[in-house]
Design a protein. Structure first.
Length: 151
């Protein structure tokens, strides 16, 4: 089934990089319950349930809430953690970093740099060249394949 969230979301744009602030009650009306739970209530999808966990296609991953470009597919790797993992965001402004001390752990939360939606967490156990592992909930990702080059 195709996600129609972006079709009814007036804030969704893959080209506009302007930061947006939208009231939570407005997001609740626009987003699917699954996306709202993770993105706006800082939830977590069950591990190994994301369609992007074993996904290998070339392209770009965007925020499913606002359309902000987050990661290139060539930074994705199999971490074995149960969620899509990346070693580097697309740009320095793609992601916001926040201290997260919930659940008795000290972690770094990552949010979308445009709409401040919760994406997941970043850990310092990733591969070179960054040594980072951005562990991202797949439900808050949107993917656009790289155009096929014509010969």
């Amino acid at each position: 089934m195709e996600d129609t969230t972006k079709n009814k979301n007036p804030h969704f744009s893959r080209t506009d990089t302007t930061n947006i602030e939208v009231p939570e009650d407005a997001w609740k009306k626009i987003l699917s319950p699954e996306v709202f739970y993770v993105a706006r209530q800082k939830g977590t999808e069950r591990p190994w349930t994301s369609k992007f966990e074993d996904f290998k296609e070339a392209g770009t991953y965007y925020c499913a809430v606002c359309g902000n470009a987050l990661f290139k597919s060539n930074t994705k790797f199999d971490s074995g953690c149960g969620w899509p993992s990346f070693f580097e965001p697309l740009t320095k402004t793609s992601i916001i970093y926040l201290e997260d001390n919930t659940l008795g752990m000290k972690r770094t939360e990552v949010q979308c740099g445009r709409c401040k939606s919760h994406l997941g967490h970043v850990f310092e156990d990733g591969p070179p060249p960054t040594g980072l592992r951005y562990c991202i909930n797949g439900v808050v990702l949107d993917f656009v394949p790289k155009p096929v080059e014509k010969k």
